[in-house]
Write a protein that binds this ligand. Sequence first.
Ligand code: GAF
Length: 388
Amino acid sequence: MTLTKELGESFQRRFGHPAENFFFSPGRVNLIGEHTDYNGGHVFPAAISVGTYAAVSLRDDDEIHAFSANFKDAGVVNFAKDDLELRAYDSWVKYVRGVISELGKLGHEVPRGFNLAIVGDMPTASGLSSSASLELLIGVMLNDLFDYGMDTLSLVKLGQAVENDYLGLQTGIMDQFAIAFGQEKQAIFLDTNSMAYEMVPADFGDYDLVIMTTNKKRELVDSKYNERRAETQTALEELQKVVDINALGELTSEEFENNVAHISSPVNQRRARHAVTENERTVLAKAALSDHDMVRFGELLTASHNSLRDDYEVTGIELDTLVDAALAQPGVLGARMTGAGFGGSALALVAKSESENFVASVDKIYNEKIGYQASFLVADIVDGTHAL
Ligand code: GAF
């Protein structure tokens, strides 16, 4: 049975009538360009087939009744449509409140209540952006149901505002952008400085893009993320005293090395070096993928991981184990962590003929070293958030 059918049945059981509308919102994988989106650099993500689904029907009152098949124990959560305060115990419902709250700031009212059931098929804490997936799912759904007439970029910014303003996480725009603008079999090459973007065929030739999820419990990711953001911001402010730039992404690595001594902390020097070199690698990787030069593309993926491990320090033993194990397998051209890091997922470019053996071997090495299993999936690149 498909997940949409299952969701429809679950909706009917919970609410006693069929759902009127269905929506799907993908997750995202970032090919390369990590921690560059809040440093005015390039990113190169794509929307993937695992994500979140919603089934919805309008109510005649002002209540929202919400159920998630992934949080069955919470049952149906009921709240008034203007009860939008963030609560510590809220789990996934905070994204519904957050989207409605941010819509309100834009002058978009939710005129009546609704019954909502959702389900997601991403591995938990996978770092494949279940939160941005959910923000876009709810945003696109309400835009559709209540005819706000918001365009895709406004919906992207709405999702980011939920993170930045409602939840207090200083995330960049990459995840929401990839999830909303995604197109089947295309990666999105986005310049976060100018917001210009280009679709690039995500054609890996004889290779699969394998996503490897650590299954590490999510902890401290948000505070460490905000800390990294502050470190690169401090480095930028010191550099701005001597070079005329708005963002680290405007520097070549040569210009950076000529001026690095103006960054007072050695740690912040490394953080900024990552932002600058990662931006360059992303531009080169886009050219390599466009030229079908998989060997070069793979080398850049691995170089990105090394920089995230050594200069940005956002990998950790779980991600490093997956990447090292992946690189030791036959037919692997490159591997790197993807997303914010500190757990979550990594990706590897693996010869299709070796994919099965690859999963078995990496799974074994990871389990032996870390003590629990990783999960694996071959990325399928799909369209952005839409009605079904
Ligand atoms: C998280 C953030 F949400 C993105 O904006 C981005 O900064 C990413 O980490 C790191 O590249 O997914």
